[in-house]
Design a protein around this ligand. Structure first.
Ligand code: AMP
Length: 227
């Protein structure tokens, strides 16, 4: 059992899931005039939904997470709260996943209040029903056990963070690791085969080294101070 459950998502799955989501929307008899991607996770599914649902108007709102001073909890805010006139329009807000639900709720409430469309609905590929405070109007997969969905558009960022976390938290990494032992720890922590990551593995190691978070010498990878 992996320490952190990760589902490595392929591009083919993204297309299949987006198509399935589009079918659910069609079957409900509702069709949007405008699709709004929650940036950045909602971009690819939103673009695919435009194709499957024959929608030409694609906008985005960007959410940002802030750690409030002296508080552990993160707060989501909208980075560019611009105005449009959406009077009489049906708006579909699209994100990759509803985890806590904070992000999509923020986007939905902002659009309702500021753009004043006729109706706003929400759609996501995944809905983590055990933790989310809201259920999207449309979702393709209900996830009961919390899992990190490693989408293809955040592969480098995620693999880099995953390696950092091992180097920071696993005692076995303190004195440095060979490439093989780091790969073994990665598989143990995340249940993902390094061979399935293709060139992303080397890109992540290169990035960590460039950012001076690790040192690679003599075939040994060592965490550096500040990593
Ligand atoms: P939320 O907690 O619902 O506000 O999620 C905020 C954003 O973080 C989502 O739109 C995703 O891009 C990302 N995210 C949160 N939880 C996950 C997860 N379990 N797997 C992948 N991405 C996630």
């Amino acid at each position: 059992m992996a320490r952190i459950p990760v589902k490595l998502v392929s591009w083919d799955e993204i297309v299949e899931w987006s198509r399935g989501l589009a079918e659910l929307i069609q079957k409900s008899g509702w069709n949007p005039d405008i699709i709004v991607a929650v940036s950045r996770g909602g971009f690819v599914p939103a673009r695919l939904l435009c194709d499957f649902l024959d929608v030409t108007d694609l906008l985005a709102v960007q959410s940002q997470h802030w750690v409030e001073a002296a508080k552990a909890a993160e707060k989501a805010i909208l980075k560019y709260p611009y105005q449009i006139d959406a009077e009489g329009k049906r708006v579909l807000v699209v994100d990759d996943i509803v985890d806590t639900g904070d992000t999509i709720e923020l986007a939905r409430e902002f659009i309702k209040r500021s753009w004043k469309p006729a109706e706003v609905r929400t759609a996501t590929l995944q809905w983590i029903s055990s933790v989310a405070k809201l259920k999207p109007d449309y979702y393709y997969l209900e996830v009961k056990e919390w899992t990190w969905f490693q989408y293809p558009w955040t592969r480098l960022e995620d693999v880099t963070q995953f390696i950092r976390r091992i180097l920071k938290e696993d005692k076995r990494a303190r004195e440095g690791l060979t490439r093989e032992s780091l790969e073994k720890l990665f598989e143990e922590w995340y249940g993902v085969r390094v061979s399935d990551l293709g060139f992303y593995w080397d890109l992540a190691i290169e990035k960590l080294s460039r950012d001076e978070l690790i040192e690679v010498s003599g075939g040994i990878i060592r965490p550096l101070k500040g990593s």
